[in-house]
Design a protein around this ligand. Structure first.
Ligand code: ATP
Ligand code: PAU
Length: 319
């Protein structure tokens, strides 16, 4: 899927294959014990110790370099201007398709990054909370466009990030529930001056105008990022992961009578695969092709996953 990508003779990225990247973990000062790894398994039971040590530890070490560098720049700028501004959070954006593994990647990075003494407080926000509530999506006939640019309150997300980057305390983010398939009106997540904030969502690298707006925005979500990551995989693999996750949810979350998708828990295996494939093709695949994949080359780092979620290749923007 390489449409919409310019054919650059000189790539802005350096590519590392898995084993080259894994060697970068050589002098990491924060080793991980078996017990700590077992705790990480709470994030995703399919993750292996090998994957953590070969891919995510070097990645968190690299991110630690960027955060440390930014903190030092902040200190020196304060000295230069003879002021004493409080440091602002280092913001990392994580983009990619629905079901590619953004949440899992984000939570792994959150856990690993919080182990460094100079940035122990790492918060994570997903952009799902910035979707319009279902009531508004229904009024605008957008229920089949959930996840498309016009389904997000992008202005609200930008305001949220502007507050974070201004060093504000106790900034509120709206919260989305996958169980209710809607934004929770009475629930808020408080982000209180973390050292690092991870912002995960399919839309975080988008820059176009949404379909219902006549104006090209002057500020983009990614303007607030200090570093961004795109999680990539072959479309056929992502579709399979989407369907597999749907089948697991059918046996678990969908069984809950409060679940928006409770009716799907009654489907036969064959019907469930058909329904998941239909939602994938009609909504999430379309969104991937039209709005998400074209943002890939805007990231600072691209994680390319293979069939079993293991990362086969990493592309890092040259600095
Ligand atoms: N590194 C990994 N190793 C093994 N399985 C994984 C990994 N990352 C994700 N998965 C599996 O892939 C599926 C999708 O992962 P996840 O929920 O993290 O995706 P997502 O991109 O956050 O999705 P969404 O945008 O729909 O919230 C899940 O079933 C998850 O268990
Ligand atoms: C909330 C989003 C848009 C992104 O996480 C996604 O999970 C979603 O609900 N997509 C709409 C189609 C579907 O139900 O999969």
């Amino acid at each position: 899927m390489e449409q919409n990508q310019p054919n650059l003779e000189h790539s802005p990225f350096i590519t590392y294959v898995r084993d080259e990247w894994a060697e970068l973990s050589g002098n990491i000062k924060v080793p991980i014990t078996r017990e700590e790894f077992e705790a990480l398994k709470g994030i995703n039971e399919n993750i292996s110790l090998e994957e953590v040590s070969k891919i995510y530890l070097p990645l968190s070490r690299l991110l630690n370099l960027y955060v440390t560098e930014k903190q030092s720049l902040h200190r020196e700028t304060n000295q230069f201007f003879q002021r004493n501004h409080r440091k602002v959070p280092f913001v990392i954006g994580i983009a990619g398709s629905v079901a590619v593994g953004k949440s899992t990647t984000a939570r792994l990075i959150q856990t690993l990054l919080s182990r460094w003494p100079n940035h122990p407080k790492v918060d994570l926000v997903t952009t799902d909370g910035f979707l319009y509530p279902n009531q508004i999506l229904k009024e605008r006939n957008l229920m089949n466009r959930k996840g498309f640019p016009e389904s997000y309150r992008t202005g609200k997300l930008i305001q949220f990030l502007a507050k974070i980057k201004a060093g504000a305390a106790r900034v509120e983010a709206p919260v989305y529930s996958h169980l209710y398939y809607d934004v929770l009106p009475s629930k808020k997540q408080i982000v209180d001056r973390p050292d690092v904030l991870i912002v995960e969502g399919i839309n975080v690298l988008q820059v176009g105008k949404s379909k219902n707006s006549r104006h090209i925005p002057s500020v983009f979500v990614s303007d607030f990022f200090d570093f961004s990551i795109y999680v990539d995989a072959d479309e056929t693999d992502i579709q399979r992961w989407y369907v597999e996750r749907f089948m697991i949810l059918r046996e678990t979350a969908f069984k809950n009578p409060n679940s928006y998708f409770h009716r799907y828990s009654q489907l036969t295996d064959e019907q469930a695969v058909g329904k998941a494939t239909e939602i994938w093709n009609e909504i999430n695949r379309k969104n991937l092709v039209e709005n998400i994949y074209p943002t890939k080359n805007r990231a600072d780092l691209i994680l390319q996953k293979g069939k079993d979620h293991s990362v086969s290749r990493i592309k890092l923007r040259r600095v």
